[in-house]
Structure formats: structure tokens, C-alpha cells
Design a binder for this molecule. Sequence first.
Ligand code: PGA
Length: 260
Amino acid sequence: MTSRVPLIAGNWKMNLDHFQAIALIQKLSWTLDDAKHDYEKAEVAVFPPFTDLRTAQTLIESEKFKIGLGAQDVSRHSSGAFTGEVSGAFLSKLNVKYVLIGHSERRQYHSETDEILNAKVSAAWQNGLIPIICVGETLEELELQGQAAVPIAQALAALSGHETLGEFVIAYEPVWAIGTGKVATPAEAEAVAKALRAAITQEFGQESGNSRILYGGSVKANNVAGFLASGEVDGVLVGGASLDADEFAGIARFQKHIVL
Ligand code: PGA
């Protein structure tokens, strides 16, 4: 098994206002604290909308169980005339630890290119945030290029050209599996994680090859264990199922589901 601590990340997308965030975080924190011994080795983080972050931060700091905080995006600029954007500097002041970069919905609906995402990775590092670089192929790309080619190209494009690499996480999310109920098999996720790790190690050296690689796309409490069993996949990025405290806590307690 790997020594990389699994990361269970909940991407709320554009769901839950800051009142609803309070209810979910409290319930999650209580549920996880009750069963600490079961999942000690996993790190749990939530990624609420920007407007919830301040409330979530205050709440998380007062709860017994320490849930990590992430943001769903970051500006590539540090400050200035960029209406509607949010600087990494503001996020780090809220004790945000992680930031999602290049989620397929941002690539698709906001035309985020590899170049923009590469600059966002820099912005994250400059502000002490850990980028979670989301990569994944569409169904069409899967048929034409196989499963690993696009994720590898996207990961290398996001990481290349930086003077030094900071800490990062890669989330492999096949676009055809997001919110569709269609799930990659554990063997497919494992194969892509291995291929990603090999390509990153070859390009940037052994240390970066030890970064965590997550799987995302229709993960639920009843299928999470399969993805994590081999030790190649170091956690999951969860969308829909992270909006329900019991379901998300069930995912965080994945070790219980692994049949040895
Ligand atoms: P899903 O979303 O779990 O609802 O498929 C995953 C994601 O978009 O990160």
C-alpha cells in the first residue's frame, strides 16, 4: 500500500448557499468525528462555492473534526481590474488549502485552455495553495485516443514551464463519467493513474511522481473502495454524492468497505 494519505474531496459545484453549508459541514463533522478510528488515514476536504467559504472557514475551525477547505477555482491574476475573479491571496487568507484547477466544467463552459490553467497553477503556488489539477477525456477522445493520452497531455501542460514545482494533486475525471452515473472501472482508473504517474515522473522527476492522483466521476459510498484498493489511486473527487453528509461520510470511511 502507498504511504500517500488518501484525499477525499467533495466538490459542491454551484450548490448550497452559506446557510445550507452550515448544516452540511456540521453534520459531516459530527458524523466523521464519531467514527474517527475508521478513517484516520484519510484527509477530508470540501469545496463550497466562493460565497460559502468565510462561513465554512469559521465553522470548520470551531468543529472537532478538521475538515480541509478548498475552492473551486482561482484567478490567474493576483489583483486588479478583473471583475468577477477571485485572487488566490484572498483564498489563502481564509485558510483555503486546495484549489480545483481545470475542472471539465470550467474547460467546457468557460473555455479554459491549457495556457490559462498553467497560469492558474502558478497563481495557486504563489499563494501557498495546493492545486488539484483536473484532467480527463471526453467520450469522443476516449474512442479516438484511448483513455490515458488526454489526461497525460493535460497534466503535463498544466505543470510544464514552472521554475520549480510546488505540491500538487491530479484528479483523473473522465468527462463521460461526471454526473452521469457511468463509472470507470477500478482497473481503468488504476491504469490511468499508473500512466499519469509514469509520465509525470519521467518529465519532472521522482518527487513529483509521488504526488497524489485521485479518481472522480460518479463516486458513491458503495463503489469507492474498489478505486482505492490497489493503492494506485490516492483518493476521490466527489461531486453529487458530496452534497449528502451521510453519503459523503460513507465515502470518507472507505476503509470499512475494503474486503481484505
Ligand atoms: P460526480 O462529479 O461525482 O457528480 O460525477 C464529480 C466531479 O465533477 O468532480
